[in-house]
Design a protein around this ligand. Structure first.
Ligand SMILES: [Mg+2]
Length: 271
């Protein structure tokens, strides 16, 4: 479906592969974002990375010349915390496989973080990206789910994470898969392509999915998010997915628009 600027009220941007790759800026990205704002669109940022806090991203964006407020940033860790809080999880005890960003966000909504195996009354196992993942952590999560009946929540299921030089590293989804395999249970997943984090962002602004342009570099998360749930989706070629992969994707999951980078995407929208 062609995207018309006049139908849009907001843009939700993935960051890694769109605004930067690792620590290198995409040339012209900051100016392109300023142009979107000048056109009257609000801009927010949505990442599946659960390892950092929203303020970490505000600082990183600022370092690339992009001013954002904490409320403009949604991470899978924050979305997980908000959804659990909405469901009344404040005061619950959660065994967490994840990094500081996830622990901080869960703690901020009153969830008690458990770090040892075999503690009593653990009702949640929350799993995200954890670069210090071990067999002992897997065994603890397994015990809480299988013996303790804890609910299994995944921040996201990205199989890989971009690394320098176009290489990839194992992503949070590979750790989630390990827990799912031994526990014999599939998790409730919060991050892209599931709709929860995007819906929380739109709820803040009182906007509908069809008023929101999702911009990302990855077919299986960013583009699938838009196409599955009814938001226009635009893909840039500065990140993970390629033109060849678009051709191999079923037509109902292909991006509505493709551009070589964010500045080219904004120029095409304006044309
Ligand atoms: Mg990305």
């Amino acid at each position: 479906m062609p995207i018309s600027l006049s139908d849009l009220r907001t843009c939700v941007l993935d960051m890694d592969g769109v605004i930067w790759t690792m620590d290198d800026p995409v040339p012209g990205a900051a100016e392109a974002i300023a142009r979107l704002k000048a056109l009257g669109l609000s801009v927010s940022y949505l990442t599946n990375n659960s390892s950092k806090t929203r303020m970490d991203y505000v600082r990183k964006l600022s370092g690339f010349g992009i001013e954002a407020a904490e409320g403009d940033v949604m991470t899978s860790a924050y979305a997980t915390s908000l959804l659990l809080a909405k469901e009344g999880a404040a005061g619950a005890r959660a065994y967490v496989i994840g990094e500081q960003g996830l622990r901080d966000e869960l703690g901020a909504v009153g969830i008690e973080i458990i770090t040892n195996a075999d503690e009593p009354d653990v009702s949640l196992v929350v799993v995200g990206w954890d670069r210090h993942f071990t067999y002992d952590k897997l065994a603890a999560a397994h015990g809480y789910i299988v013996r303790g009946g804890a609910r299994f929540i995944a921040t996201n299921r990205d199989a890989t994470y971009p690394d320098a030089g176009g290489r990839t590293l194992p992503g949070g989804g590979s750790i989630v898969a390990a827990v799912a395999t031994c526990a014999g249970v599939e998790p409730k997943t919060i991050g892209k392509p599931e709709p929860h984090a995007l819906l929380l962002l739109l709820e803040q602004e009182g906007l509908r999915l069809d008023q929101c342009l999702v911009i990302g570099d990855r077919l299986d998360t960013d583009i699938a998010l838009g196409r599955r749930w009814g938001a226009p989706a635009a893909m840039v070629l500065t990140g993970i997915s390629t033109l060849e992969e678009i051709e191999a994707t079923p037509s109902d999951l292909r991006p509505d628009m493709v551009a070589k980078d964010l500045p080219a995407l904004v120029a095409t929208l304006e044309a």
